[in-house]
Design a protein around this ligand. Structure first.
Ligand code: 13P
Length: 260
């Protein structure tokens, strides 16, 4: 089945390389060689190499928070997938709502980035999610469905098995308002059904779908126990080692009870 996967999205934090190294070290010590729950850290790009150094001999993966779809060229301020790989990355977050809504990133761009990430063998974490206005208008499934359909255009079933999806309702990100396990499970099941219709049942059963949005140590167990929630993409709580480790421990407990 699908092993749980907990990824920390540090966003534009912490403020210094020293603090980034200290945070990664504390998480590395806490995780040890435990691999029942897979873990990855996604620091700001300027700290990737330093954090990669810390994560040597650790099962923890390293992810970028974004990349460009071109391999090189005159794209000021951008990073290529090859640069992420050279910095030690195994993963890359694509289409985060803070980029979609704050910076105008489109489904089409996410699709181009996805193809570029797969070409360089980075594991993409593709984010989707509805805004509060869309949720209140009853459009959650429609919005998430359209984002997925467009972001995953021209992807094969084989490629899809290597792509991680993250459902992050925009209204739950950084607000302290977590989706209830029932709401999150509803959308995750919707996503899995869509994967079955678009690809096939075997592919739908294999794709790891994370939940993101105010995941904390005290709500992680209930979310992670849902049958179609395969892990968490954690923002704020990934900046404090004890909180992030608490979420990983919740995942380990859920796994030990027989999930995955
Ligand atoms: P918070 O956990 O801070 O709500 O952020 C979620 C998120 O955006 C992870 O990518």
């Amino acid at each position: 089945m699908r092993p749980l996967f907990i990824a920390g999205n540090w966003k534009m934090n912490p403020g210094t390389a020293e603090d980034a190294v200290a945070l990664a070290e504390a998480i590395k010590v806490g995780v040890g060689q435990e691999t029942r729950v897979r873990v990855a850290l996604c620091p700001p790009s300027v700290f990737l190499q330093a954090v990669d150094g810390v994560l040597e001999n650790s099962p923890i993966g390293l992810g970028g928070q974004n990349m460009h779809w071109k391999t090189d060229g005159a794209y000021t301020g951008e990073l290529s997938g090859a640069m992420l790989v050279d910095s030690g990355c195994t993963h890359v977050i694509l289409g985060h709502s803070e980029r979609r809504h704050g910076l105008g990133e489109t489904d089409h761009q996410v699709n181009d980035k996805l193809k570029a990430a797969l070409a360089i063998q980075l594991i993409p974490i593709v984010c989707v999610g509805e805004t509060l206005v869309e949720r209140e208008a009853g459009k959650t499934d429609e919005v998430v469905g359209t984002q997925l359909e467009n972001s995953l255009a021209e992807i094969t079933a084989e490629q899809m098995c290597g792509i991680v999806l993250a459902y992050e309702p925009v209204w739950a990100i950084g607000t302290g308002k977590t989706a209830t396990p029932a709401h999150a499970q509803h959308v995750h099941l919707f996503i899995r059904n869509l994967l079955r219709e678009t690809f096939n049942a075997a592919t739908a059963a294999r794709v790891v779908v994370l939940y993101g949005g105010s995941v904390k140590p005290d709500n992680a167990a209930d979310l992670l126990a849902c049958p179609d929630i395969d892990g968490a993409l954690v923002g704020g709580a990934s900046l404090k080692a004890s909180d992030f480790l608490g979420i990983i421990q919740a995942g380990q407990a859920v796994t030990a009870k027989g999930k995955a």
